[in-house]
Design a protein around this ligand. Sequence first.
Ligand code: NDP
Length: 448
Amino acid sequence: MSISQAIEKIEARYAHQPEFIQAVKEVAITIAPLYDSHPEYDTFKVFERLVEPDRVIAFRINWENDKGEVQVNRGWRVQFSNALGPYKGGIRFHPTVNQSVLKFLGFEQIFKNALTGLPMGGAKGGSDFDPKGKSDNEIRRFCYAFMRELHPYINKDTDVPAGDIGVGGREISYMFAMYKNLTREYGGVLTGKGVGFGGSLMRTEATGYGAVYFLENMLTAQNEHIAGKRVLISGAGNVSLHAAEKVHMLGGVVVTVSDSQGTLYDEKGLNQEKINWLKEQKAKSQPLADYVAVYGGEWFAGQKPWHIKGDIAIPSATQNEVNEGDAKLMVENGIKYVVEGANMPLTAEAIDHIRLHRVHYAPGKAANAGGVAVSGLEMSQNSVRQYKSFEQIDARLKCIMKNIHDSAAEASGKYHQTDKGYIDYMTGANIVGFERVADALVAYGILN
Ligand code: NDP
């Protein structure tokens, strides 16, 4: 079956899962030259196998709110592929979570994890639980209840979840506590744990810092440097604020962050004090807009950052946050580099538009792989029960991001996608990630 036939089949079967189909198509359109040069991929039905998860585990979560009322949520774990290692991928708590979203994220995660060069398969999980407005006690009860249902399906050697939107250090601690309680095991079953009890230094910073390290490599490839460049960032969560921090450290000028309520614009740029203030404000679930009264700048209620002039955009909030109209604004406003901090933040039309205008574009599976890479390092530190310093992890992260950049750039060149200095990172990253997984599937025969 050809790739296009496999896509037709997926479109018919999963017509109600648009995000998943979008993610599959994005990979499919770029890997054709590789696929055609490897007839064994077709013999072993590699593509057809990879677009079906190994399994999807669905469960109900009963928990009690502070009023003693019983609440019911849905939870899932999509174990997509363990061809290269234990299933690995985050857990998301957000009302928009459904099977389509988790399947797109799990599918992307297979190739992202492959790109890191570390032995990790791909997975994703989560719940439609909305953490917003919940008390700490409610969060704790929900996390305990979620892990009570999930624990039979995960283990440090089979499936190792981490955090994602709505799941940070606090939630991981509660879930880890419940897992230990139920299994009596102190293994590294979750990553993103507190540093005092098995977590890796730098995991919190890794995705945002890693995205900026990737950006530095892109700029170097064009004989440019980040210092003095105006950077637009969307989101004000873990990825966004750590990306902002690293851009500032390297001399770039971050002029925006945003959240679901609007965009904050600070012409003077964020410094460490302002970023710390933003981190505290978001941790307390307080409005971003309060910033203006403290530090000045402008608040654009209900707007995204892309109407503002800049050199670099790092969309780091959520999937499909940048549509074609936003992409047009980016091009008009001078954006030359788009680095995806979030997973699939650009729609297919937005990607087409910026690529058409030769904006250098780093897809999330390459640019935001730093988080899962340090999660992989957390797993190995847990296994040997020895911990590395912040500097050691930072050096590994830089090296991993450079390797991802260079291998994607090389594949882009090899498959003739490089044109007068324009590196097609989307094609390159998909080809490198896909090839590693596909070769393993062929080696396994028809199992897996
Ligand atoms: P957080 O929950 O820490 O932050 C998410 C941010 O995005 C918040 O500022 C939130 O605003 C904003 N946001 C969420 N949904 C929307 C929306 N529909 N419209 C506008 N803004 C929105 O999440 P993370 O920073 O961890 O994750 C962000 C992205 O990065 C996700 O795509 C995630 O999958 C991806 N990612 C994260 C990794 C990690 O290590 N954390 C690793 C790799 C990828 P508000 O507070 O108002 O909801």
